[in-house]
Design a protein around this ligand. Structure first.
Ligand code: ATP
Ligand code: MG
Ligand code: MG
Ligand code: MG
Length: 482
């Protein structure tokens, strides 16, 4: 089954169960101040769950473009190193807004996976929330009983709050999840470690493919849980992982979703995929990152120096450097993948094909601009790493990292990535200090020319979450005219 057919079957299946098929929301979150990028299928339906709107149908299904590179969900560091986490991926989902609940949702998951897609039943495991007495949330007996009748008790794994309980925030809708995992190990390995249900944590080839979330409670401000009068279902299935399972591959990159790009890179570099660990990682990273970049741009987010735009620029620079160092690409190469992707997503995400030339041009120009400083920056970084090691330490100083950022346009995470390849690391707080010092300097320069204003209050607060730190400096300045 091709990936196109797999996607079509998903949508047709849920349409046959009375679901309205809707388009993906843009990758770039437009109306949500808490989110830079859409990172799950439910993001565009948040208001319906919060009771702030009425859905066009009580049953909806779609494929949602997701990006997990910042905030709560940040998978960037795994991309290319494992075979099933992407920056941009498609999340197939079906929703019930106060309509069907666990019984239908779980039975349909099973029907789709084993009857439509014909995945082997003996390779599927499911997880159920075990409960958390301390937190006042009960064991999900209902899901357990439903699964027991379908897959048998021995295929059910009990999961804790971290993996099997979903909350929108400190307060608000929440509820237990039930995940579906598939065991893609070779048969001889399955035979060797028999008799034990495995989840992803135990083996890289046992992969979570689908998550069913059941919103049945509301967390109140005092911490208590109340049953929601109207219960909802929110599911998300990783499309590329599903393709891997159905196409019998052991890596998402071996499916037709990624092979077009990978083969293009292999041909261009003259290096076969599967030949070497590092050239493979480079090909995986590039074929992953180009999707994130292409869909962000076609959804209106251009690379830039701040916020969402800087996330895109950083991803692009990471990919360019992988191509430069490992595949020998000294000239722009990312933009050449755009026509391929545009064709691949024709009829699914047409925003790419309709803006093909524009997207390619933006990427080309970004590449040209970064390639201008990349080689000297890499030479400089090598020298800095050598000097650092000569001093008997493995940590690049904040000033060094700052210099690379300021002079050569190396995002901090890129410097950290290269340092780690050499078994080294960077002084990240030190980098923040150097960055703030520079901001103070430019602030003072700016202050000198605005002399009829005095600064009453100036906070140097730096607030940053996970990956986005370098750009999220919060500063409050209060001026008064004199
Ligand atoms: P994982 O534990 O593998 O990181 P998750 O529990 O964070 O996945 P969910 O938030 O439950 O993922 O998202 C629903 C589904 O989306 C997952 O079951 C998985 O198939 C898919 N998925 C999640 N993150 C990614 C990713 N970075 N790349 C590709 N697919 C993903
Ligand atoms: Mg995750
Ligand atoms: Mg998980
Ligand atoms: Mg999950």
């Amino acid at each position: 089954m091709t990936s196109t057919e797999i996607r079509q079957h998903f949508l047709a299946f849920f349409q046959s169960k009375g679901h309205l098929i809707v388009p993906s929301a843009p990758l770039v979150a437009k109306n949500d101040p808490t989110l830079l990028f859409n990172n799950s299928g439910m993001a565009q339906f948040k208001d319906f769950f919060l009771g702030n709107g009425t859905p066009p149908s009580k049953r909806i299904a779609d494929t949602q473009k997701c990006l997990r590179v910042s905030g709560k969900h940040n998978d960037l560091e795994d991309v290319g190193f494992d075979t099933y986490h992407h920056t941009m991926f498609e999340m197939l989902g079906n929703w019930s807004f106060g309509d069907y609940f666990k019984k239908e949702a779980l039975a349909w998951s099973w029907e789709l996976l084993t009857e439509v897609y014909q995945l082997p039943k003996e390779r599927i495991y499911v997880s159920v929330f075990e409960g958390d007495a301390k937190d006042g949330v009960p064991f999900d007996q209902e899901a357990f009983d439903i699964w027991k009748a379908i897959v048998g008790e021995e295929r059910i794994i009990l999961g804790n709050k971290k993996d099997n309980f979903w909350e929108m925030g400190e307060t608000g809708p929440c509820g237990p999840c039930s995940e579906i995992h598939i065991d893609l190990r070779n048969q001889d390995e399955v035979d060797r470690i028999s008799g034990k249900s495995l989840v992803n944590a135990d083996h890289p080839q046992v992969v979570e493919i689908w998550n069913n979330v059941f919103m049945q409670f509301e967390r109140m401000a005092d911490g208590s849980l109340v049953s929601l009068p109207s219960k909802h279902v929110d599911t998300g299935m990783g499309f590329e992982r599903l393709c891997m399972a159905i196409q019998g591959k052991q890596s998402n990159y071996d499916t037709d979703v990624f092979q077009g790009s990978i083969q293009h890179l292999a041909k261009k570099s003259g290096i076969a995929y599967g030949q070497d660990k590092w050239t493979d990682i480079a090909m995986r990273v590039i074929s992953d990152h180009i999707r994130a970049i292409a869909f962000s741009i076609s959804d209106g987010q251009l690379p830039s120096n701040a916020k969402a735009g800087y996330v895109i620029r950083r991803i692009l620079r990471r990919a360019v450097r992988y191509g430069y160092t490992y595949l020998g690409f000294k000239e722009p190469f990312m933009y050449e993948l755009i026509p391929l992707l545009a064709q691949q997503f024709k009829g699914v995400f047409d925003e790419l094909i309709s803006q093909e030339a524009f997207v390619a041009k933006v990427i080309y120009e970004e590449e040209v601009s970064f390639l201008r400083t990349l080689s000297t920056g890499l030479v400089r970084l090598d020298k800095l790493m050598e000097d650092t090691q000569a001093k008997g330490t493995q940590i690049l100083t904040g000033e060094d990292v700052f210099e690379l950022n300021d002079t050569y346009g190396f995002p901090v995470d890129l410097t950290a990535l290269i340092a780690r390849e050499k078994g080294m690391d960077i002084d990240e707080p030190g980098f923040q200090l150097a960055l703030n010092a520079q901001k103070n300097r430019s602030r003072k320069d700016a202050g000198a020319s605005a002399e009829d204003w005095v600064i009453l209050f100036d906070s140097d607060e730096v607030s940053f979450v996970g990956y986005d730190h370098a750009t999220w400096t919060t500063r409050i300045v209060k001026y008064q005219k004199v």
